[in-house]
Design a protein around this ligand. Structure first.
Ligand SMILES: [Zn+2]
Ligand SMILES: [Zn+2]
Length: 221
């Protein structure tokens, strides 16, 4: 899932409920918006999901008395605003399904930063014989597809046998990238006059009759 930079910044924030002092949960904004029709203007909001919070506890009775239906309010705060408000909730569990894992999101942010760094290195990696950014992008399933395609092309140009192990060890979700990587490996092996032993997967000379690593007879072509 692609989450934009703004969300990461918001997810880093920590806020506490002024009523119960508990830390607010960072949640995805609901698809509906009561009020001006302008929407929330944000993808994430902070909500006090503490069931013992005074706001939540006392509002059940108020709603029952005033409107005769079962609902309550939770304290909520929009990102980058100092003063919060309340949001009506129909049940205890409203919002529990939309809680954002803030730790996970900052981990995603680190991944994204690394991807950006790797992408920036692509232009110079062949000249510098630097395989690292290419392998990073190829084995990062969440990286931009365009960058991964580019990495496949550069793989052949780099012509480095060291790329084989990390690629073989990777479980690809994207079949096209896997196929392109395999194709590049085939070319690189040919350029180096090498093949992979069908039994132990070690690299051996293309003409070898017996693998020097496992001693098995190589498959005849
Ligand atoms: Zn609270
Ligand atoms: Zn072998």
């Amino acid at each position: 899932m692609f989450v934009d930079k703004r969300c990461y910044e918001i997810a880093k924030q920590k806020h506490n409920c002024p009523h119960c002092k508990e830390q607010l949960s960072c949640c995805h904004t609901p698809p509906y918006h009561v009020g001006d029709g302008l929407g929330w203007g944000t993808e994430l909001i902070f909500i006090c999901l503490n069931d013992d919070c005074s706001v939540f506890k006392k509002s059940w009775e108020q709603f029952e008395e005033q409107y005769g239906h079962s609902a309550s309010c939770r304290y909520m705060l929009l990102p980058n605003e100092e003063k919060g408000g309340t949001m009506m909730v129909g049940s205890k569990d409203a919002f529990t399904g939309s809680i954002v894992d803030q730790d996970k999101m900052s981990a995603g942010n680190v991944r994204y930063e690394n991807e950006k760094k790797a992408r920036a290195q692509l232009d110079t990696c062949v000249a510098e014989k630097n395989l690292e950014p290419v392998i990073f992008l190829l084995t990062d399933e969440e990286a931009h597809l365009k960058s991964r395609h580019r990495a496949c092309e550069l793989l052949t140009e780099l012509n480095d046998l060291a790329c084989i192990d990390p690629i073989r060890a990777h479980k690809f979700h994207h079949t096209e990238i896997e196929q392109l990587s395999n194709l590049a490996i085939t070319k690189i092996l040919k350029n180096h006059n090498r093949m992979e032993c069908a039994y132990c997967a070690e690299l051996i000379k293309a003409q070898a009759k017996i693998c020097k690593h496992c001693g098995k007879e190589t498959a005849k072509k």
